[in-house]
Design a protein around this ligand. Structure first.
Ligand SMILES: [Zn+2]
Length: 96
């Protein structure tokens, strides 16, 4: 099975919000050998939500390269969405 490692493109980085803990925009995406991705902040080592696509169907040799690649893309997109959706702890409440 081919090894796929998706990385953040410049466009991805523009879409991602800065780190909620240190405000850094130096972000990196990591994955295991499977479609299992998470975002990490290089400023403070905070990590985002882990997203895995494919789950137990993985490891089966029948998974085609196309399907594997699609799983990787979905997992990458999922963890990027989760990163941007997280509560903004750094911003003060709007109402008082
Ligand atoms: Zn950070």
């Amino acid at each position: 099975m081919p090894i796929i490692n998706l990385t953040l493109t410049k466009r991805d980085l523009e879409k991602l919000r800065p780190c909620p803990f240190c405000g850094s925009t130096r972000l990196e995406i990591n994955n295991t050998h499977r479609a299992y991705y998470w975002i990490m902040c290089l400023g403070c080592d905070a990590s985002g939500i882990l997203v895995e696509v494919g789950g137990s169907s993985f490891g089966r040799d029948v998974a085609s390269e196309d399907l594997t690649r699609r799983h990787h893309q979905m997992a990458k997109q999922g963890t990027m969405d989760a990163w941007n959706r997280r509560p903004d702890v750094a911003s003060p409440p709007k109402r008082r």
